[in-house]
Design a protein around this ligand. Structure first.
Ligand code: ZN
Length: 440
């Protein structure tokens, strides 16, 4: 047995050196490394694969039976680096300037390193957690999870019997304003509703100006509506709790404006008081959203196209809204004209659970960083948590990082020069360890 806990910073450097870029996804060597590390610490490991080159790892540390099993889930794949302007080699795991640099430093090999370090520390100390602790390390999170978490929950759900709570990545939920160090605790996620709109109209030679009823005119109307309009605001339990805490920890007019967002349906997101990124974030979690991302039409420059398709990335709030409810809202914005086909609909996402486990997450943060403010948040995106939530597990995005107040540390996520402060990783590993030793 390995009596030495794994150093989270060295571990992160090592993990970054595996080029587990997805697509194509070559997570195998990275997952095998993690399996060896856990086995060396005396932990039981199982590998479960739909594709043998892209295995999932599930490990279990027996607890004392005083609490339900707890799941830590992470993904081993990272997004590509092509076309990005890196100033350091992205897979070297360089340590400089107080940061670990490289693809995955934030999303999410940093988080995986924190979890693994905490687990090996628990083992090295001979500490048994209150309940069994399960670790799932999956491939394929970045392109739909078919080989990863979806395979696990569809084919090996029994491994997660009895699990009540899970922690995983934060899915990019971040708030930077207000001069405080906010610690996100992601309590809810939105789900995807990807669509294709088709617009039709009269054709003709493009040398003639002024035709009514063209597909281009319909496209202009639809894109204009999507760009300047908004779907209606809905105050969900996650939003209400977040806005109330932002109000409580804000000064001056911002506090009032945050409260108004909860109670006044006509209140607008305070773009005038917040950095744009924070306002955009709030705007995206108080409502369902729709963004046009791909436009396709003919390739004839001298012909008016008779058909144009537009792919739309729609996102639906947690709760009971169906895709039809969402489409009805969308119709009020874009009108009856476009034909809409749903290409992909994510599973319904659950409302948050604010119980004793949530309180444990918050109290670890308060203990480890008395100056920071834990903040319940919703992510406008979705992570593998949506799949584990389908098993009835209450999932939380919780990988604490110690960064300076106002830091937009996640701006390098999926971008060039992804990096994470060394002290942030050590802090996170320490918080995860504390959670494992104290949760009930
Ligand atoms: Zn991620």
């Amino acid at each position: 047995m390995n009596a030495v806990p794994a150093d989270p910073v060295l571990l992160l450097q090592r993990l970054i050196r595996f080029r587990s870029v997805n697509p194509p996804g070559e997570e195998g060597p990275c997952v095998a490394y993690v399996a060896d590390l856990l086995r060396d610490a005396g932990i039981d490991v199982r590998l479960l694969a739909r594709d043998q080159d892209r295995p999932n790892l599930v490990a279990r540390i027996p607890g004392r039976g005083l609490a339900p099993p707890l799941l830590l889930h992470a993904h081993a794949d990272v997004v590509p680096v092509e076309g990005q302007d890196w100033t350091v080699p992205p897979f070297e795991g360089r340590l400089s300037d107080g940061h670990v640099w490289g693809r995955g430093a934030i999303d999410m090999k940093g988080g995986l390193a924190m979890m693994l370090s905490a687990l090996t520390r628990l083992r090295a100390d001979g500490e048994d957690p209150a309940g069994d602790v399960l670790v799932a390390v999956s491939p394929d999170e970045e392109t739909g999870s078919e080989m990863g978490a979806r395979y696990l929950v569809d084919h090996h759900a029994e491994l997660f019997d009895g699990v009540r709570y899970a922690i995983g990545e934060d899915g990019g939920a971040i708030f930077g304003a207000g001069g405080r160090r906010w610690h996100p605790v992601v309590v809810a996620e939105k789900r995807a509703c990807w669509m294709r709109a088709t617009l039709r109209g009269r054709g003709g030679h493009a040398s003639r100006q002024g035709w009514s009823g063209t597909a281009m005119a319909a496209l202009t109307r639809m894109l204009g509506a999507l760009q300047t309009g908004r779907l209606p605001a809905h105050v969900t339990p996650a939003f209400e709790r977040m806005a109330a805490e932002l109000a409580a920890f804000s000064d001056g007019p911002l506090a009032g404006r945050m409260k108004a967002l909860i109670h006044d349906p006509a209140a607008e997101v305070p773009y005038d008081l917040l950095p744009e990124a924070d306002a955009v974030y709030l705007d995206s979690v108080i409502r369902n959203t729709a963004n046009a991302t791909i436009v396709r039409t003919s390739d004839k420059i001298n012909m008016l196209p008779t058909e144009i398709t537009v792919d739309i990335d729609g996102r639906i709030l947690p709760g009971e809204w169906s895709a039809d409810d969402y489409l009805a809202e969308l119709r009020t914005l874009i009108g009856p004209e476009p034909e809409i086909e749903v290409l992909l609909e994510g599973r319904r996402s659950a409302q948050p659970v604010f119980g004793t486990f949530y309180d444990s997450l918050v109290s670890v943060l308060r203990e480890k960083d008395p100056d920071g403010v834990p903040l319940p948040m919703m992510t406008p995106a979705s992570t593998d948590a949506r799949l584990f939530a389908g098993l009835g597990i209450a999932c939380y995005g919780w990988l604490p990082l110690l960064t300076s107040p106002g830091s937009r540390y996640q701006d390098t996520m999926h971008a060039a020069d992804e990096r994470v402060p060394v002290e942030a990783v050590r802090f996170g590993a320490d918080c995860v360890h504390r959670l494992l030793s104290t949760y009930r």
